[in-house]
Design a protein around this ligand. Sequence first.
Ligand code: NAP
Length: 279
Amino acid sequence: MKRVLLTGAGGFVGARVRQQLAEKLELIPAPKGLMARGGEEEIARLVDRAHPDAILHTAAISDTGYCESHPEESYRANVELTLWLAKAAAAQKAKLVVFSSDQVYAGVERSGPLPEDMPLAPANVYGCHKLEAEQRGLELLPEAVFLRVTWLYDLPGYGLPVRGNLVLNLVRAALQGQPQTFSPRDFRGVTYVRQAVENLLPVLELPGGVYNYGSENDLDMLETARRFCAALDIAPTLVPGDRARNLAMDTAKARRGGVAFDTTAEGIVRCLKDYGLRG
Ligand SMILES: NC(=O)c1ccc[n+]([C@@H]2O[C@H](COP(=O)([O-])OP(=O)(O)OC[C@H]3O[C@@H](n4cnc5c(N)ncnc54)[C@H](OP(=O)(O)O)[C@@H]3O)[C@@H](O)[C@H]2O)c1
């Protein structure tokens, strides 16, 4: 069984990694709060003590709005911390898998599914920092794997953290009678987090590089929200907005490495079946 040091173990993704992969990996959760407060030496000592085969790095400041207004905190969390881990992984000859984001594509003007190798100039602080971490991380450790992750969701589960996600936003809107705005010009993948976690097992075998990671989605966000509402059997008011954006990713590279996802429309059905809400 692979020994895997897990950062962000108390987070949305990390908590599910601990729940879902505990019998498939020997997981060593980084102490709560250490990723937010530790310096480079403390992080190196943690990796040295854990002596892992791999590091699964999910710790971050993942709130794009917070990163925009706190760029220095974002830089430490999303760039520097990743580079410290890359150096420590190199010293220990450990595989490093890092959660990056589809926000590296923010601001692209091209339509259709986006490939990993296109030139990028992210339009927000979070996307810039995730991209810098990818580029500098791979310079330090070419065997590292960076996953450009779509927006993730799960149903609320007792004892597990949830954060703002599409399903939660729609259920809340339906319960509270608050209209939600979605644009027919906004394109992105939205992924059931449990499939993203399950797929981390083949990810550990991928060659180094950057991979688009999650469900492909050829529907716009207004239609995506409609499909989710139909699947959830809820009817909040959906207001058409006019935001133009394309973060939709082409995931062929990960598929060639044995990492396959449902489409966004299929994923919600899988999620509801998992929770016994669909036959
Ligand atoms: N959730 C999504 O929809 C989504 C989409 C695309 C990409 N991602 C990326 O996927 C990864 C996991 O996301 P998530 O939703 O699980 O994140 P999250 O729940 O917001 O946070 C994950 C963990 O980050 C650590 N953390 C908190 N503040 C920190 C700071 N200032 N500096 C460093 N670490 C800090 C904490 O770890 P401890 O619990 O150990 O204290 C926290 O539990 C992140 O890299 C995120 O950017 C997420």
